[in-house]
Design a protein around this ligand. Structure first.
Ligand code: PMP
Length: 387
């Protein structure tokens, strides 16, 4: 069978080898400590599950959902943005329900880009910005995220010829995989840049609620006029341990959301209304004690891993948000070799930075979806390796 050219244009899946080795090690009965997957290990809080149970039983929720999100969902998300960020959006036109933020991010280029258009895409990055762009027949242009720039892209360094064709800029803070956060001044710069070059900024805020530093991450929509050039993607997945529920939303520029909604209307029929209702519960109580407590859990995990990793010769900046530790590998090694050896010699799985794009080479990513006790065990095992 011949697959479509668009599928063949996707970059190779560089995690395949580590996946294979991980499975083989598990099958051999080895006690693997897995920092590979960005999927919280802790359960969805009970009050959210209880709301789903009740909502699922109501017949009106069992019919096709309203594709853009139920009115009460959109109102609850707008109220969340108001309370959490002081941002005012119109729930009718500036909020769109998504079947997980990945769905909206992946479909956005189909709504905005044509062949010949360029999307500006960070590297290293979550792969969906690039694959969505490729599926739309458009061209990705890579913006390297460098540690000496705080993993922020250099918007001023983009060639004029590229800027002329650029219609979309993807950014993602707090950032997967680097764990970097963006100051408000960067969002200001991105909004001004979008205005100047007549393009749309898509800010991926999937980790905005997963912070443990002293400052809650900002929304790009806090910048005056941002809703004229930006859309922001939010996700219940990491905020409330709801990865499997597939629910998120986009907020911001109305005609962009309408275009995305038109794509979606032709491909899906929206998120299960009962799941939307459960997400309303989650976002309405975003400051619930159980959610606040999660930050302490991650703070402890970060502390358990970062110090010892540094002593082993890795370069580590303590992240203020996300649950990722992006560690520069000891000098002279590459990311794939380090991952291979961690698995072979310590039964520890992490992911090679190069899997997030060429600019990720020289780093490995640890996802802290592992208890502090198991992290301590991993540290003990890794400490025995001589690099
Ligand atoms: N953005 C980033 C940066 C992510 O890492 C992820 C999930 N790993 C998503 C978006 C998508 O999350 P979801 O579809 O579960 O909302």
């Amino acid at each position: 069978m011949r697959t479509s050219a668009r599928l063949r244009r996707l970059p190779p899946y560089l995690f395949a080898e580590i996946d294979r080795q991980k499975r083989a090690a598990r099958d051999a009965g080895r006690d693997i400590i897995d920092f590979g997957v960005g999927d919280p290990d802790l359960p969805t809080p009970d009050y959210i599950v209880a709301r789903l149970r009740a909502a699922a039983g109501r017949p009106e929720n069992q019919r096709y959902p309203q594709g853009t999100g139920s009115r009460s969902f959109r109102r609850a998300m707008a109220a969340f943005l108001q309370r959490r960020y002081g941002v005012t959006v119109d729930p009718e036109q500036q909020v769109l329900a998504l079947i997980g933020s990945k769905e909206g991010i992946g479909h956005l280029p189909l709504a905005l880009l044509d062949p010949g258009d360029v999307a500006l895409i960070p590297c290293p990055a979550y792969p969906v910005y690039r694959s969505g762009t490729i599926f739309a027949g458009a061209e990705p242009f890579t913006l390297e995220l460098r540690e000496d720039r705080g993993f922020l892209p250099d918007l001023k360094g983009i060639p004029a010829e590229v800027l002329q064709r650029a219609r979309l800029l993807f950014i993602n803070y707090p950032n997967n995989p680097t764990g970097a956060t963006a100051p408000l001044s960067f969002y200001e710069e991105a909004v001004a840049f979008a205005r100047q070059h007549d393009l749309i900024v898509a800010q991926d805020a999937a980790y905005n609620d997963m912070y443990f530093g002293d400052h809650a991450p900002h929304s790009i929509l806090e910048i005056p006029g941002a809703a004229e050039v930006a859309v922001e993607f939010h996700s219940a997945s990491k905020s409330f341990n709801m990865t499997g529920w597939r629910i998120g939303f986009a907020a911001g520029r109305a005609d962009v959301l309408a275009a995305l909604a038109a794509i979606k209307a032709n491909l899906d029929s929206g998120a299960f209304t009962a799941v939307q209702e459960a997400a309303e519960e989650a976002y309405t109580q975003y400051d619930h004690a159980e959610i606040v407590q999660l930050r302490e859990v991650y703070r402890a995990r970060v502390a358990t891993l970062c110090g010892p990793l540094r002593e082993m010769g890795f370069g580590v900046r303590v992240p203020q948000a996300t649950f990722y530790v992006w560690a520069r590998v000891p000098a002279g090694l590459d990311s794939m070799t380090v991952c291979r050896r961690l698995l072979a010699e310590a039964d520890v799985v992490c992911v090679p930075g190069v899997g997030f794009g060429a600019a990720g080479e020289g780093y490995v990513r640890f996802a802290l979806s592992v208890s502090a006790e198991r992290i301590a065990e991993a540290v003990r095992r890794m400490g025995a390796i001589r690099w």
